[in-house]
Write a protein that binds this ligand. Structure first.
Ligand code: ATP
Length: 548
């Protein structure tokens, strides 16, 4: 019986989750498309407001401040609201882009028609949400919170930037720590104990730290020690000392560090009630195999107890914008009556089959890669605009610079695949007067967090990075994502693209590629089911090239 989870794990890893690659780039030249017409695009795609969602309920007023904040982020005040040919007041010509929606449609905004108070959260947590500025739940939060509170194991799938973190944090904080529900006798009986109540696992330090900050925001300054970070790269003995001294109820960390401290006997998780795997498809990839094995075996397990019973006692919450069928299969075997939670849909995982009626997971041809593609389609914020631009290798960085100027982008993430080229790109951008910084795994923890802080503050305009930043990184102001190198597949495209356009904000994704790589973009376009028209950056404008 003890070997059961391992067997399950191996089954899952056998499916080689995220590594399907697009075909290698051939030397075939994409010469069929003629440049017939060049149109110019305003990077405005309309504001997100609660009234734009058609909400007229009581809580609309209380949410106005928040909505206004989002609206201000969305639309430069001088930007014209309608798209007509001609020059806007900001000097940008404004015509409809090829295949781009005219305005933000209702379904592209993630806010739910419910208020947080309808979700069954305890009063203190509701107060803290309000103080932290969270007034309306998103769709996925409205679906996930009551479902988890009812005790179900869940897989949460919803597009990037739709608020999945709070979707699992709120039910945890309802039952764990100082904000939790009062017991039957009216007492809030939070007391420090030796065991951990919730373990949250994330694939990168940055994402782990981000989750910690989100928890701390709700806990407030006096209770922030209820959560402890256990990320790699930081001083391990200090983390162990903090665990001993503070006796946190929640730990958030990377698989390696959690497994290491657990193996050293310094992390007591046997009676843990929640295990969250954030970016689950990444966590269950080969890279994390051994550490995840340990975590899945030890978290929520009580020594001497029937292993099946202890697995049922732990609620397992798996989260990602991209959920391939292999994750569904794993979740079924680990959970008890697990459910799939999406923004507007909750269904038993048992009902999900590769050829069943669930659109995101239903393969068109039965192959695993087509399943991944369907998942990628639902992982993209609907309001994002996508373009590609052809440039010679040696001109890519200059094209990036012109792209940033043409879109007047303030906060840009540029993705590359190799560290050396990434450093060169930063050097070239800086030499041309654009404030840029590098972020990749070769940097130490301090350098990484300093760079990220500067980027979030607006001190750095272009962050040149690699896959490290593709998952989960939340920088609300990011208005442009550029692929200076192609992503390996549509799943990776979706996670990179999802760094912009968060929570219904506007965002643009530009893939700069060489001519022989255009067919890969065409393939991505087809797999993701989105238009990625060609564009150029001339005279300080983004010009869309219409295809015949
Ligand atoms: N109800 C809400 N009201 C306002 N802001 C919210 C709400 N829920 C979440 N947010 C904010 O929205 C941003 C995106 O949320 P989050 O990072 O949880 O998205 P995600 O779906 O996990 O994205 P990804 O798939 O990229 O990890 C965060 O800055 C978060 O604080």
């Amino acid at each position: 019986m003890l070997a059961l989870p391992s067997t399950r794990l191996l089954l899952l890893f056998g499916e080689s989750l995220p590594s399907s690659r697009l075909p290698n780039v051939s030397r075939k030249v994409w010469g069929q498309t003629s440049v017939r017409f060049v149109s110019q695009v305003n990077p405005d795609n309309g504001p997100l407001t609660l009234s734009s969602l058609g909400f007229k309920s009581d809580f609309e007023k209380t949410n106005k401040i928040k909505a206004d904040k989002i609206e201000r982020l969305d639309v430069p005040s001088e930007a014209p609201k309608s798209k007509v040919r001609g020059v806007g007041s900001n000097g940008i010509k404004t015509v409809n882009a090829v295949g781009v929606k005219k305005s933000l449609e209702i379904e592209s905004a993630p806010f739910s028609a419910k208020s947080f108070s309808e979700l069954g959260l305890p009063p203190l947590l509701l107060e803290r949400l309000d103080t932290a500025g969270f007034t309306v739940p998103t769709d996925v939060q409205s679906a996930a919170v009551p479902t988890i509170l009812k005790g179900h194991d869940v897989v949460i799938q919803s597009y990037t930037g739709s608020g999945k973190t709070l979707a699992y944090l709120l039910p945890i904080l309802s039952e764990v720590g100082p904000l939790k529900k009062k017991s039957a006798n009216g007492e809030s009986e939070f007391e420090k104990k030796k065991e951990i109540d919730a373990v949250i696992v994330a694939p990168s330090r940055e994402l782990g730290m981000q989750i910690v900050r989100e928890v701390e925001k709700l806990l407030g300054p006096t209770d922030k020690k209820v959560v402890q970070q256990l990320v790699g790269g930081a001083n391990r003995s200090r983390q162990e000392e903090a665990l001993r001294k503070n006796k946190p109820a929640i730990v958030v960390g990377t698989p390696g560090r959690i497994a290491e401290i657990s193996a050293a006997g310094k992390l007591h998780t046997h009676s843990c009630r929640f295990l969250v795997l954030d970016e689950v498809d990444e966590l269950l990839s080969f890279n994390f195999r051994e550490d995840m094995h340990r975590i899945l075996e030890h978290v929520g397990r009580r020594s001497g107890a029937d292993p099946r019973g202890s697995i049922a006692a732990r609620r397992t919450i798996m989260v990602s914008a991209t959920v391939p069928f292999s994750v569904i299969r794993a979740a079924r075997s680990w959970g008890s009556d697990p459910l799939l939670v999406q923004a507007k849909k909750v269904m038993p995982l048992e009902a999900v089959s590769p050829s069943g009626p669930v659109n995101i997971l239903k393969p068109t041809s039965g192959s695993d890669s087509s399943m991944r593609t369907q998942a990628a389609l639902q992982s993209l914020p609907p309001a994002l605009k996508h373009y590609h631009c052809v440039a010679k290798l040696q001109h890519k960085v200059d094209t990036l610079r012109r792209c940033v100027h043409a879109l007047d982008a303030k906060c840009v993430i540029a993705f590359m695949n190799h560290t050396k080229q990434l450093k060169d790109a930063v050097f070239k951008l800086e030499a041309r007067g654009m404030v840029a910084a590098e972020l990749h795994g070769d940097l130490g923890k301090l350098a990484r967090s300093t760079t990220l802080k500067k980027f979030k503050n607006g001190e750095v305009r272009v962050l040149v990075t690699n896959e490290l930043s593709a998952r989960g990184l939340d920088v609300a102001e990011c208005d442009l994502v550029v692929n200076l190198d192609l992503p390996t597949d549509s799943i990776h495209y979706a996670h990179r693209a999802g760094r912009t356009g968060r929570l219904g904000r506007k965002g643009t994704v530009v893939t700069i590629c060489e001519e022989p790589e255009v067919f890969v973009v065409k393939k991505l376009q087809k797999q993701l089911g989105i238009p990625i028209p060609a564009c150029e950056f001339t005279e300080g404008k983004l010009n869309v090239i219409e295809e015949d």
